[in-house]
Design a protein around this ligand. Structure first.
Ligand SMILES: N[C@@H](CCC(=O)N[C@@H](CS)C(=O)NCC(=O)O)C(=O)O
Length: 275
């Protein structure tokens, strides 16, 4: 057993972690070769559990030092353990990940929250339900059942919007290339947030993201394979729904490599020669 850090978890009644920030950080700690010494708990009592150190999780304690905030913890881990594989191998990864993560929250996490907010409350510990109902209704601007209603009409378009991620992961095992880095952990954190609560799947059974999802979940002895998680793949396309994903691999833009006129002649035939 290697060195461990004290890790303040945020769980639901199945015992699974719910927060995308906490999930990402669990993977980050394990990436550094450290073990997780979990302090269990749900949404209420965070201040009590942490001795007044924080209202939000994740938080870790390493050799007596408290470190707060998912991004703060990643910076701390890379600074403190420079000999272990880097989470952010180059500053460009941090910059691009911030763009990717912001896109993903706007395209998926926010819209999914509006599709799953009652499931989110229902999966919480009994003692957390009043607080979660109240706080999430304020966050989302209405009763959770009303906001979640009609989700079957919204889920297909959310799935379709994830094409940029599919394009990248069709030709790469990980967002980190041939090995995972913090980009993978950050994005899988949001998928696992969904898996911790979803009572109906959000993505097609044959979604091209599925092999990557399985690959990342299997890391570190199956860190993302908690038995309390629900299936997120299995959404069926109904008549009138948009395609849940694009079936053929990327053809345009960055994926359409110019190797000389033979590679562009068909297109030239269609659009005509420059005059
Ligand atoms: N910026 C923080 C955000 C953490 C955060 O918002 N955590 C949420 C869970 S997703 C939390 O602790 N919520 C407690 C609550 O809702 O009372 C980070 O990256 O760690």
């Amino acid at each position: 057993m290697g060195k461990s850090v004290t890790f303040y978890d945020l769980q639901v009644s199945t015992g699974a972690t719910i927060s995308p920030f906490v999930w990402a950080t669990k993977f980050a700690v394990r990436h550094k070769g450290l073990e997780l010494d979990i302090v269990e708990g749900g949404f209420t009592g965070i201040m009590d559990r942490t001795g007044g150190k924080t209202e939000r999780l994740p938080a870790i304690v390493d050799e007596g030092k408290w470190v707060l905030d998912s991004w703060g913890i990643v910076e701390y881990l890379d600074e403190t353990y420079p000999d272990a594989p880097p989470l952010i191998p180059h500053e460009s990864v941090a910059t691009m990940l911030k763009a990717l993560d912001a896109w993903f929250w706007g395209a998926a996490v926010g819209p999914w929250m509006h599709c799953y907010c009652a499931d989110y409350r229902d999966v919480c510990f009994e003692r957390d339900k009043d607080y979660v109902t109240r706080s999430r209704a304020l966050m989302l601007g209405g009763p959770l059942e009303d906001i979640q209603a009609g989700r079957e009409d919204r889920l297909p378009a959310i799935s379709a919007a994830l094409e940029p991620l599919r394009l990248a992961l069709r030709s790469s095992d990980f967002l980190g290339g041939n090995a995972p880095n913090y980009a993978d952990y950050r994005i899988i954190g949001s998928f696992l947030w969904l898996a911790s609560l979803a009572q109906t799947p959000a993505l097609a059974a044959d979604d091209p993201l599925r092999p990557w999802y399985k690959r990342v979940c299997a890391l570190y002895g199956g860190l993302g394979e908690h038995p309390g998680l629900f299936p997120i793949f299995g959404l069926e396309q109904r008549e009138g729904d948009p395609d849940l994903f694009v079936r053929e691999a990327g053809k345009g833009g960055i994926f359409k490599r110019n190797t000389g006129p033979a590679s562009t002649s068909a297109e030239t035939k269609m659009i005509g020669e420059p005059t």
